[in-house]
Design a protein around this ligand. Structure first.
Ligand SMILES: Cc1ncc(COP(=O)(O)O)c(C=O)c1O
Length: 414
């Protein structure tokens, strides 16, 4: 059942035997139940509180923590000697990320999170008064705030769409974007998987439709919840920029993120932080934020190995199974309002609900206090949408979901 895998990353290969011992081989497990038990044991999560808010930030498997601690310890002997001398290892990490993303390492910049990646793109463009930007009221708050700042400073016009959640009709979603396009449209902002009810939107269809109308319109995708969660390749989406956080679904160290910029777009995008050649066509110009947390960045490689040991197809299927597990257990209850699609193409791990007899706030408080369940309370910009977001991860046990389900059933009684 268990077989050892070889380590293929260059920075693992060139380390001493002793150091290499900490890069434990990950087992290849075929049987479902054994696999998910093994996965659970690989995490050091709370045994008492069930964490159903992995959407905000995810824990790292032990192997990732170990590698991070190892580098931190090593770097602390003489930080300045290591900090700028790990180019091969850094490159190896970008190569692994590029393989996952289905693009060239020359299109991948490692940074700290989606927020930084989105800001790099938004502030990296030139704007004229009257330029139009298309976005939705269901995008992420700080992303909307950034665009509002651009509006205030440069006089761009924000054209707001509103998706009725759950949104389950590709044609309607694509039409909403294309109807908003005019000859002044410069950027279309798409949130791949939103943070409110976990709605997945058909990015490729939207991008294709937008580019068919005007190929000069740039498409920026907020993929905070897309990457390493659902199975796709960034290169297939046809977008110009893709921003993501690696501390969410990849379970890489906190404060690690990634920006994809299509090769042909790199030169004309200004870097957010100063660079000796801001109009360079090299992706490295987007990673010049000074002294960085290199141990965290190097440990991304270990998170990728862990992710690959499971495989994205199995991971996505498990995450969707867990979401469907709790939703189907409470959906018949007339006091439970389910706010997430059960169709596989419109949602995966993230789901949302409210109780008709209690406020979201009260339910969240009682679930934590009485059932030891941690989840997130969410709403959109307009207040039209609100709900309790439930996000299991691959280490979540069905017994934890059973406790959550029991809590929901109890609290639904008036
Ligand atoms: C859709 C979306 N975009 C952007 C972000 C920001 O991510 P980070 O805090 O990792 O920058 C989040 C965070 O949850 C998010 O859900």
């Amino acid at each position: 059942m268990a077989a050892s895998t070889a380590f293929s990353l260059p920075h693992f290969a060139r380390r001493s035997e002793n150091e290499r011992n900490i890069w434990r081989a990950l087992p290849q497990i075929d049987e479902e139940e054994l696999l998910w038990n093994w996965v659970r044991n690989e995490y050091s999560v709370s045994a008492t509180v069930a964490n159903l808010n992995n959407g905000s930030v995810s824990p790292q498997p032990r192997v990732v923590q170990e590698v991070f601690h190892h580098y931190t310890k090593e770097f602390n002997t003489i930080p300045s000697m290591y900090m700028w001398s790990e180019e091969d290892a850094s490159r190896a990490v970008r190569e692994q990320l590029a393989l996952l993303a289905g693009c060239s390492p020359e299109e991948i910049a490692i940074n700290r999170n989606t927020t930084e990646a989105v800001n790099t793109v938004i502030w990296g463009r030139n704007y004229s008064k009257g330029d139009e930007i298309i976005l939705t009221e269901q995008d992420y708050t700080s992303v909307m705030n950034t665009w509002e700042e651009v509006e205030a400073r440069y006089g761009v016009v924000l054209k707001w769409l509103s998706l009725a959640l759950p949104a389950e009709n590709d044609e309607e979603i694509v039409d909403a974007y294309t109807r908003a396009i005019t000859d002044k449209t410069k950027v279309v902002m798409i949130t791949h998987v939103n943070n409110i009810n976990g709605n997945i939107v058909p990015v490729k269809k939207i991008t294709t439709a937008v580019k068919n109308i005007n190929p000069a319109i740039k498409v920026l995708v907020d993929g905070a919840h897309g990457f390493a969660h659902i199975n796709f390749k960034i290169s297939d989406l046809g977008c110009d920029y893709y921003a993501t956080s690696l501390h969410k679904w990849l379970c890489a160290p906190f404060g690690t993120g990634m920006l994809y910029v299509k090769k042909s777009e790199i030169q004309q995008l200004w870097p957010l932080f100063t660079h000796e050649n801001p109009q360079s066509d090299r992706i490295s110009k987007f990673s010049t934020f000074g002294t960085r947390n290199l141990p965290a960045e190097l440990a991304i490689a270990r998170a990728i190995e862990f992710h690959n040991a499971i495989g994205i197809e199995r991971k996505e299927a498990r995450l969707r199974y867990l979401k469907n597990y709790w939703i189907t257990s409470v959906a018949d209850n007339p006091n439970v309002e389910i706010k997430t699609s059960l169709k596989p193409e419109y949602a995966c791990a993230l789901g949302s609900f409210s109780l008709r007899n209690r406020s979201d706030r009260e339910v969240a408080q009682k679930l934590l206090k009485d059932y030891h369940i941690h989840l997130a309370q969410k709403g959109d910009k307009t207040g039209k949408f609100h709900g309790l977001r439930v996000t299991p991860h691959i280490y979540t046990k069905t017994e934890e979901l059973d406790r959550f389900i029991q809590g929901v059933q109890d609290l639904s009684k008036t």
